[in-house]
Design a protein around this ligand. Structure first.
Ligand code: XIL
Length: 474
């Protein structure tokens, strides 16, 4: 029901109209399911959308975690368990022991599943990291085919390709071993996925494509437009929407969503987290999705702040004790806004921006370069690390950020506590598997513009503890 109709209904109630037909109509409107308006999933469903979260398999035994999961969410994404290193750890040996428990949990609780992800430069198994050319192209296509076939019929939408575009001003592709197999690797992956699971929506997924003025956004937009024009089977675009001080939410986000939708694809918010979890920003994101008919739903990247890959930014809807934060209330109110007459209207004024009935901008992509994040103000470089720890193992992601000058290469040093051993790494060369380890750029990520950053990662056994990386230019 639109906001206008809700108002009309309220007025009718207040007037206590004696018209029998109208009164009967009111009674119908006022009857809603018990759970309506009280959980994210139920409220989103009333708007024809879903509300999802990333799930880590090792947390399914945490009842505080599953209590919130089962109560609030109706869509699930495996946080790491469907990635290439998890599903094909040795070439040709497929392993679903990490992902299947998540899929089974979701299905047995009536939740749907977003598949994440079939082809990506990140979190590749060691055997794939070392591959190039035709061998890699074939291995990638085999991976897409095998995994999509395994989950055929069980996946709502697949992130077929993840993060294939470069940050910064180029608007072009990110260099990677997959990209070096030829520019058509993305469409080849989509065709393989369609053949393997014709029922799944096939998405391209990326970050920093939220701001309509950014070159990366325009690069992806142009690819999707080209794919639609040439009949490449793409159904949706996933906006990771990891918002933070370097990549903040901007009010043109709704323009971005509606512009992509106007190309004839669905849009999904796939990995939402917002540094500090400001309630207003969460509300705006929710309203933006609701304002775009082809926005299927929102997935937050974790349940509690303690579950977040960026937990120090406290970016999620539940605090580490599992209590609802102000952002939760804002999202729920936005989902309920105008639809559920038994719920009080939100106390905040409705958005004054017009609904998205206006056509999306047809103007050509802006030629001005997007804003770059301000350099940290010092020369050299800095490094920060986020660790996802489970019992007996961990994955660490390291972000290398250039200072006020561009880097032509970098070395990161970090010391692991005793008992922790690196088993697998991506996007960096390393010396040392334990104790003090040194990490240097690989061919495609040594050049980092002033104030820009790049990432590498590694997986290990044992406990990573608090890691304090240092960075030096080469
Ligand atoms: C992150 C996970 O949350 C971490 O646990 C893991 O260590 C690294 O990957 N973009 C993506 C996600 O597509 O897969 C990433 O997830 C976050 C950024």
């Amino acid at each position: 029901m639109s906001r206008t109709r809700w108002k009309a209904a309220s007025r009718a109630v207040i007037a206590l109209s004696g018209a029998g037909a109208l009164a009967a109509g009111m009674a119908l409107v006022l009857v809603t399911p018990a759970s309506a308006g009280t959980t994210l999933g139920a409220s989103a469903a009333e708007k024809g959308r879903y509300f999802g979260t990333a799930v880590a398999a090792n947390k399914l035994s945490d009842s505080a975690y599953t209590t919130i999961l089962n109560r609030e969410f109706n869509m699930v994404t495996a946080e790491n368990e469907m990635k290439i290193d998890a599903t094909e750890p040795q070439q040709g040996q497929f392993r679903y022991t990490q992902a299947d428990p998540i899929v089974n949990h979701a299905r047995s609780h009536g939740m749907q599943v977003r598949g994440h992800t079939l082809a990506w430069h990140g979190q590749q198994p060691g055997w794939m990291q070392g591959m190039e050319g035709t061998a890699l192209r074939n291995a990638m296509l085999n991976h897409v085919t095998q995994v999509a076939t395994h989950y055929r019929g069980q996946i709502y939408s697949w992130d077929v390709v993840n993060e294939a575009f470069a940050d910064g001003n180029s608007g072009g592709r990110r260099d990677s071993n997959l990209q070096r197999t030829g520019n058509d690797w993305i469409e080849a992956a989509f065709r393989a996925a369609r053949a393997a699971d014709p029922g799944a929506k096939l998405c391209y997924n990326d970050y920093n494509i939220d701001n309509w003025t950014w070159a990366k956004t325009q690069g992806v937009y142009n690819m999707v437009r080209d794919f639609k024009a040439r009949g490449v089977p793409i159904d949706c675009v996933g906006f990771q929407s990891h918002f933070n001080n370097d990549s903040p939410y901007v009010s043109n986000y709704r323009t971005t969503l509606s512009s992509f939708a106007a190309l004839g694809v669905d849009v999904q918010i796939t990995e939402l987290d917002i540094q500090g979890a400001p309630a207003n920003t969460y509300r705006s994101v929710t309203e933006d999705c609701l304002a775009v008919a082809r926005c299927n739903g929102i997935t937050v990247w974790g349940i509690r702040d303690s579950d977040s890959w960026r937990s120090s930014q406290t970016p999620l809807l539940f605090n580490s004790s599992g209590q609802k934060k102000a952002a939760y209330d804002a999202v729920l109110a936005a989902l309920n806004s105008g639809t559920n007459p038994t719920t009080p209207p939100p106390t905040t004024p409705p958005p004054t921006t017009p609904p998205p009935t206006t056509p999306p901008p047809t103007t050509p992509p802006p030629t001005t370069p997007p804003p770059t994040t301000p350099p940290p103000g010092q020369t050299g470089c800095s490094a920060s690390v986020t660790v996802n720890q489970w019992n007996g193992g961990f994955v660490a992601n390291v972000r290398v950020t250039a200072g006020s000058s561009a880097l032509n290469g970098w070395t990161v040093t970090l010391t692991l506590p005793s008992g922790a051993t690196v088993t697998n790494a991506w996007s960096a060369d390393r010396s040392g598997n334990s104790g003090t380890t040194n990490w240097t750029n690989v061919s495609y990520n040594g050049q980092v513009g002033a104030g820009q950053s790049t990432e590498f990662g590694f997986q290990g056994t044992g406990t990573a503890g608090t890691l304090t990386p240092t960075c030096a230019p080469r």
